[in-house]
Design a protein around this ligand. Structure first.
Ligand code: DOR
Ligand code: ZN
Length: 425
């Protein structure tokens, strides 16, 4: 195994130091290190972060390998600075059995670019009718701890209660896609001034807020852990703020796109901006940014949602919702938060690793820590070219935008997955 000596690198924003990676761990940190056998990486101007952890990734395998595979999505993740991703269950077949979650887990191991932690479905076939085999998925080789019907809401309150109760036995967590389905029938975008003007059916903020309010009460009642996916409204933030103040065991994520883009993008009728939950108003964006800074929102998760050309380059109404995220998330975070490295490490690595229970991830580079880390060059600005992305899909909403920051290298257990900004395999 090659050793790597990274010189003059800032570890999570601290004064520059040297960092020696050997045998899968951070062997030494300090000034003037020497290791004659090591490959030297000049870290001048670079920032080392604990490898990023994405709690919300769609990898599309099995079933839609034309849009993404575990391998292509893993490569996109590594290039984005990630060392672990949680793969959502809305594949085909759905990841609702031990067999499917083990398949995804094994494909992740074979690709070897990031740790792929499968998320199990809450209900059979995401149909919202009966609980999936949560225990069997937890006991499988994939050791599933997080369950989600993402893409669909677990709308039935009794099923939601049972799921929350069930996962308590192994300290599991239910990640809810909060969308009251009766309030969003036929919805195409955020319900508001822009939807009225465009004549598109709206997805009201209350459809999200009502489910979050119900679920924090259920989680409180049964004493279980709830995670809220892709929070998108100012009202949701207030519901979460109150629940957290009462001590409810709830965590929440926001996506990069909900931190940056608004519903006005729909005026282009370009389906690349169609996403679920939809892009909201600038007042929502402001509230989400404030909540991310003050901790009411715990993490940034990408909701990386690759879609094939025929599912995206069509009429708005027929287009699937979702956008790419893995290869641009850190740049958006830098743009939105500025070079607040400790906050970025907290929201994109340490906390998501803790929520998902991914040991060995989310640990700052320090002697003895597993060498899961990424090197960022914050001084570079790059223009996003969809054709250059490693994802199999092209549906980035940031096409031709110039964004700050570039991932220079990523290490998974001491092995580089990205070097010089390029995937190693
Ligand atoms: O925009 C979305 N795309 N939202 C979801 O909840 C699901 C996802 C997908 O699977 O494409
Ligand atoms: Zn979702």
């Amino acid at each position: 195994m090659t050793a790597y000596l990274i010189t003059s690198v800032s570890v999570v924003g601290a004064a520059p130091t040297d960092l020696l990676i050997r045998d899968g761990v951070v062997a030494e940190v300090g000034a003037g290190l020497s290791a004659p056998d090591a490959t030297v990486i000049d870290g001048t101007g670079l920032v080392a972060l604990p490898g990023l952890v994405d709690l919300h990734t769609h990898l599309r395998e099995p079933g839609r390998e034309d849009a993404e595979t575990v391998e292509s999505g893993s490569r996109a993740a590594a290039l984005g600075g990630y060392t672990a991703v949680c793969a959502m269950a809305n594949t085909s077949p759905v990841a609702d059995t031990a067999g499917v979650v083990e398949q995804v887990w094994r494909l992740g191991r074979e690709a070897g670019l990031v740790d792929v932690q499968p998320v199990g479905a809450v209900t059979v076939g995401l149909a919202g009718e009966r609980l999936a085999e949560l225990g069997a998925m937890a006991d499988s080789a994939a050791q599933v701890r997080m369950f989600s019907d993402d893409g669909h809401c677990v709308a039935d309150p009794l099923l939601m209660r049972r799921a929350l109760e069930y996962v308590k036995a192994f300290d599991g967590i239910i990640a809810q896609h909060a969308e009251e389905p009766r309030l969003t029938e036929g919805a195409q975008m955020h319900e508001g001034e822009v939807s009225t003007r465009l004549g598109l059916i709206g997805w009201p903020a209350v459809a999200e807020e009502a489910i979050i309010a119900r679920d924090v009460l259920l989680a409180e009642h049964v004493g279980s852990r709830l995670h809220v996916c892709h929070v998108s409204t100012a009202g949701s933030v207030e519901v979460l703020r109150q629940a957290k103040a009462r001590g409810v065991r709830v965590t929440a994520e926001v996506t990069p796109h909900h931190l940056l883009l608004t519903d006005e993008r729909a005026e282009s009728y370009d389906p690349v901006f169609k996403v679920n939950p939809p892009l909201r108003t600038s007042a929502d964006v402001t509230a989400l940014r404030a909540a991310l800074a003050d901790g009411v929102i715990d993490i940034i998760a990408t909701d990386h949602a690759p879609h094939a050309v025929e599912d995206k380059e069509c009429e708005w109404a027929y287009a699937r919702p979702g956008m790419l995220g893995l290869e641009t998330a850190l740049s958006i975070a830098l743009d939105v938060l500025g070079p607040e490295w400790d906050l970025i490490a907290e929201r994109m690595s340490r906390t998501p690793a803790r929520i998902a229970g991914l040991t060995g991830h989310g640990v700052d580079p320090a002697p003895g820590a597993p060498a899961n880390l990424t090197l960022v060059d914050p001084a570079v600005r790059r223009t996003i070219e969809p054709a250059e992305l490693a994802s199999r899909s092209r549906n980035t909403p940031y096409a031709r935008m110039t964004l700050p920051g570039r991932i220079v290298a990523t290490f998974l257990r001491g092995e580089p997955t990205v070097l010089d900004g390029k995937a190693v395999k």
